[in-house]
Design a protein around this ligand. Structure first.
Ligand SMILES: [Zn+2]
Ligand SMILES: [Zn+2]
Length: 168
């Protein structure tokens, strides 16, 4: 069996065991470059995943490894770019704006102040290198909300509403 074939089989087995026992083999504190089959990461922007395969990595690691970067827009006008996660598993580029939007639309109401600040910081970092208008706006918005929260110029619930309005 080829190395890739074997890796694929092991990965399938790991996924099967995770589903069976409802556990996660990836560890948030550890290097996520090889095994990051975290299944419950859809309520945070600190883990980003591939739309096609089951590879996930910390947003911070993705940024550090230059896997989160602008790429040719998949749906937008030709020649435009958008922030994407470039998967080390399958090479697919997953669009980040929609991912972050979904997380915020679904989860902000449950976030305490510390979580909200952590998520905003993450969004700010993911979109820092944006070349497109939407991505740049989101970077600025997250940055602005974060500093307003830190100086107590807005309440957490106002910040959440403001983010939801931004995405609508
Ligand atoms: Zn990592
Ligand atoms: Zn992938």
């Amino acid at each position: 069996m080829s190395e890739i074939g074997l890796a694929k089989k092991v990965e399938t087995l790991v996924l099967f065991l995770e589903k069976l026992y409802s556990v996660k083999f990836g560890n948030v504190g550890e290097d996520c470059s090889r095994w990051s089959l975290i299944d419950c990461a859809n309520n945070t922007c600190s883990w980003v995943g591939c739309d096609v395969c089951s590879h996930w990595c910390h947003a911070a690691c993705g940024i550090q490894k230059n896997l989160i970067k602008p790429g040719p827009s998949l749906k937008g006008p030709s020649g435009s770019t958008e922030m994407q996660l470039h998967c080390i598993g399958c090479g697919h580029a997953s669009e980040m704006f929609g991912f972050v939007k979904d997380v915020f639309m679904l989860c902000t109401k449950n976030w305490a102040l510390e979580t909200l600040k952590k998520e905003l910081d993450c969004v700010r970092k993911i979109f820092r290198g944006s070349e497109d208008y939407k991505g740049k706006e989101l970077h600025l918005k997250a940055d602005d909300m974060l500093s307003k929260l830190e100086t107590k110029m807005v309440s957490p619930s106002d910040a959440c509403n403001s983010m939801i309005q931004f995405f609508n």
